[in-house]
Ligand binder design. Sequence first.
Ligand code: NAD
Length: 397
Amino acid sequence: MKTILITGGAGFIGSNFVKYILKQENYRVIVLDALTYAGNLDNLKEYISKEKLFVPLKHTRLETVSFNLFGDVKPVFNASENIERLNFKLKEYQHITLHHNDFDRVIEDALNKHKLVFVFGSIDDPNIVRNLVSISDMVVNFSAETHVDRSILDPDRFIKTDVYGTYVLLEAAKKSDRFKKFLHISTDEVYGVAKDHSFTEKDPINPRNPYSASKAAADRLVYAYNQTYGLPVNIVRPSNNFGPFQYPEKLIPVMIIRALKNEYLPVYGDGKQVRDWLFVKDTVRAIHLVLEKGRIGEVYNIAGGNERENIWIVEKILEKLGKPKNLIKFVKDRPGHDIRYSLNDTKIRTELGYTPEWDFETNLEETIEWYVNNESWWRKILNNDKEYQEFMKKWYD
Ligand code: NAD
C-alpha cells in the first residue's frame, strides 16, 4: 500500500484524479487543499465524511502559529465560509492541534481507518506540508492558481502558490527518507505559442503570461531538485482539459453556463486562437501511468490530439444546446493572448504505452450534458462565490 499526497485534490483535475486513484487497490490518499475559490468539497462529496476531514485551525499562509481545538479562532482562507457554503458544519470537523509530534500520527491513524483523508491547508505552509510529506511515499502536485485572466489581474497569488508552494513541497520531499516520487502537474502553456510545429519535450519553454510563467518556474524547480539533489521526480505537461467539475470560469463551462442562462458569450478577439482539448478522464489515466512507470527525471507531454479554434468550440456548444449564434459577442482580446498551443505526445505513447481512450466530440457532448444535469453544482458557485461574481464583473462587464 502506497500513501499518496494529492495536493489541490478538491479542484477540477485533482478531484477527478482522486476518484480514479481510489479505484486502484494499492493507494491510500491524503488530499491537501486550501479550498480557494476553485477548490470545492462538493467535488468529493461522496468520498468525504466528517471523520475524514481535518481542519487545522488558525494558521497563516506562511507559518503555523497555533491551533485551537474548539474552533473559536476563525481559520484563514475563508475556510468557514467555503465549508459552510458546502453544507458542512465547521464544528463537526476533526479539529486537530498541529504539534509537530502528533499531527502526522493523527493523520496516519485516520488513514489506517479510511482510505482517504482530507486536510484543509496550503502547500505554502511548511509545517503542514512537512508533516504530511513525512508520512507519504509520493506527491502529486495539482495545487495551483490556474486561471490566466486572473493572473493578468493579480499575479501575486500565482507566485505564492505555484512557485513558492511548489518549493515548500520539494523541500519537504527532499528531507523525507521514504520518498519515492514527486509528480508535478505542469502545462502545455509553458512552451508558449506553437507556430509551425507541435512541441516535444525537447523544445525550449517560452511562457508569455503570469500564469504560464509561474507554472514554468515551478516546472523547472522540480527538474532542478532532480538534477541537484537527486529527488525522484516526473513532470507532466497536459493540454487544455475539459470535463465534469471544471470551475465555471474556463472556456467550455463558461460558455455552456452563459448559453443556458441566455447571456451573451464573450469571445476574445476573433476567436481564432487554437487549443488542443484533452478529456479529463484521459489526463488522469496518463498521470497514473507516469506515476507508476515514468522514468525518473523525465517530462511527459499529454496531448488531446483535438486542436480546435475557440470559436469552433463556442459554436458547437450553441448548436448542441439549440441556442442562436447571435449570443456570441466578440470582445477585446486578452493581452498577450497565445494564438496556438500544440503538443506532440509521442514520448508518453511510445515509452509508456499511453493512448487516449475518449472521443472528443462525444465527450464534449457528455460534458455539456453534465452541466445541464448538474445545475445545482454550478448555481451554488455562481450564487455564493463573491470572488467569482467580482471576477466576472471586472472581466466581462
Ligand atoms: P483548479 O483551479 O480547478 O484547482 C486548483 C486546486 O488547487 C483547487 O482545489 C484549489 O483550492 C487548490 N489550491 C490553490 N491554491 C492552493 C494552495 N496554496 N494550497 C493548496 N491547495 C491550493 O485547477 P485544475 O484545472 O484542476 O488544474 C490542476 C493542475 O493542472 C494545475 O496545476 C494546472 O496548472 C494544471 N493544468 C490544468 C489544465 C486545465 O486545462 N485545467 C491544463 C494543464 C495543466
